[in-house]
Design a protein. Structure first.
Length: 281
């Protein structure tokens, strides 16, 4: 989900969109839709750079888009899928235990993120990139996928569209994509009419209804074993969303944590151990 900009920039943006909403609603809608699909990029910390330095660098084509990926180890393939405004190296903590368990580990930057092409992205972009990576490194059938946040939604969409995968771990998953638009609207102070028009514009761009991306609905048809890990103090995607997804997904397991939030959960030793153990059982 898009996050708040620095306070000064956010205040200016809110004011500009408020004026546009009243004087030029079509322009306001177009600007909002563009902002919704524009992820910010962050610096890669030294601990992640060190891990990438020991990986095999891969360049994967997804249509006209170049996806940057990395490979470690050998054996059955486990893919790591990051979330919105994240990067492949953000999932670095899972590499060592998976390689030690005899897995080839693949991490990648989604379109518009990290070192991959583009400056716009979305859930369909994420799912498309995941399928392209899986096709390139695992004949479209990875042994496991460990995903975070929007990467969980992308994995579910990719599975529904033909990707085959063994065991899955979803960390901090969202439930309904319509919630993203509402929260984004709240951050920017958008009126309900502009949010609705923004949703429609994005639907027209991808020729799909927002309801087509519902994880709650898709979960009922899934067969891959799933472990959901979610922190009760997560303020980006609520713990209740992960719990509802686990309830809807046949046979899914649920692991709850406390005090880790939305991102620090990716570096927690107990989370790393549980996820790695689940996908290598």
């Amino acid at each position: 989900m898009p996050e708040a900009a620095p306070e000064i920039g956010l205040t200016v943006m809110r004011g500009a969109l408020r004026v546009l909403s009243r004087t030029a609603p079509r322009i306001a809608t177009r600007v909002a839709a563009d902002l919704f699909m524009k992820p910010r990029k962050f610096r890669t910390p030294p601990r992640e750079k060190a891990l990438l330095a020991g990986a095999e660098s891969l360049t994967i084509r997804a249509g006209e888009t170049t996806i940057q990926a990395w490979r470690w180890g050998s054996g059955p393939v486990a893919i790591l899928a990051h979330g919105w405004e994240g990067r492949g190296s953000q999932m670095a903590s899972f590499v060592e235990p998976l390689v030690a368990a005899g897995r080839t580990v693949i991490a990648f930057d989604a379109p518009g993120h990290g070192r991959s092409d583009g400056n716009r992205s979305s859930l369909p972009h994420f799912a498309w990139a995941l399928r392209s990576v899986a096709a390139a490194v695992a004949d479209n059938a990875p042994d496991a996928i460990i995903a975070h946040s929007l990467g969980c939604a992308a994995t579910t969409l990719a599975l529904r569209e033909g990707l085959s995968a063994g065991r899955l771990v979803f960390i901090s998953p969202p439930l309904e994509p319509t919630d993203y638009a509402s929260r984004f609207g709240d951050i920017l102070g958008l009126e309900a009419g502009i949010i609705d028009a923004m949703r429609l514009k994005i639907e027209e761009r991808f020729l799909r209804k927002w309801t087509d991306f519902s994880l709650g609905e898709a979960a009922r048809t899934m067969t891959s074993p799933l472990l959901v890990i979610h922190d009760r103090d997560d303020q980006d995607t609520l713990w209740s969303e992960g719990a509802a997804l686990a309830d809807a997904w046949p046979g899914a397991r649920m692991m709850s944590t406390e005090g880790l939030g939305h991102r620090r959960i990716l570096r927690d030793p107990a989370v790393i151990e549980a996820a790695s153990k689940f996908v290598t059982e």
